[in-house]
Design a protein around this ligand. Structure first.
Ligand code: MN
Length: 242
């Protein structure tokens, strides 16, 4: 199983969770919110070959942490994976919108310079702006839109741009989320949890809870869980071997 967007460093007990991932054989993209969080987070999972630590600068932190772009430049050669990055158009993050743009564009240009990366991208309330920005950096790598919540038109544009979509169990809780998931091509769909920021019954989602997406997709696609799982794993291999 896979969880391609999870904040392992922000759980209360990351070491135990990493051990459990090892036991269950789960592939995890462990995203970070700041470049300064990367070295320790990477070290945490350094013995588990199925856990990859992405270097990120979260758009909600772009205002206060843009000084860490220097550190970002120093670390980018250490990993193939970038995230969490992107833009957030929510009201509370609009006051540093220009910083967000500057940080995101800087990161995308560094990804291009380095020959392309695999990116986990945040686009809440900014799907249009994220897509417009990605168009300017066609060689930045493989774009995985995490928890996509744009319009159906924006979804279509993202598909045309070649984006992947990592889907978490919480997205099925809204009609709009289900409508988007129904419209995502089967061969572009990946799994995530966004734990520990998502929870069910008061406890944070764990990387292995991404399996819930398989059960829900098997209803939407009217296919067996085994076939859905095979499709998602084939997609995963395609992204990482690109
Ligand atoms: Mn996240």
């Amino acid at each position: 199983m896979i969880d391609l967007h999870c904040h392992l460093d922000l759980y209360q007990n990351p070491v135990e969770i990493i051990e459990e991932c090892e036991r269950r054989g789960i592939y995890v993209l462990s995203v970070t919110n700041t470049p300064s969080a990367w070295p320790k987070t990477n070290e945490l999972a350094s013995k588990n070959r199925r856990i990859k630590t992405a270097l990120g600068l979260h758009p909600q932190l772009a205002g206060e942490r843009k000084g860490e772009l220097k550190l970002f430049n120093q670390l980018i050669g250490e990993t193939r994976y970038i995230g969490e990055v992107g833009l957030d158009g929510s009201k509370e993050n609009k006051s540093f919108w220009n910083d967000q743009k500057e940080v995101f564009e800087h990161i995308l240009s560094k990804c291009e310079e380095s020959g392309g990366k695999i990116l986990s991208i945040h686009s809440r309330n900014a799907a249009r702006e994220v897509l417009e920005t990605l168009k300017d950096y066609p060689h930045a790598g493989q774009f995985i839109l995490h928890w996509f919540s744009g319009s159906l038109k924006e979804l279509k544009d993202a598909i045309d741009l070649g984006c992947w979509f990592s889907v978490n169990p919480i997205m099925f809780n809204s009609k709009k989320g289900v409508r988007l998931i129904e419209s995502m091509p089967k061969d572009r769909l990946l799994l995530e949890t966004d734990g520990p920021f998502t929870n069910t019954n008061g406890s944070p989602l764990m990387p292995w809870n991404s399996i819930d997406v398989i059960w829900k997709l098997s209803n939407i696609w009217s296919d067996t869980k085994e076939n859905v799982q095979m499709q998602v794993m084939a997609n995963f291999l395609k992204v990482i071997n690109h």
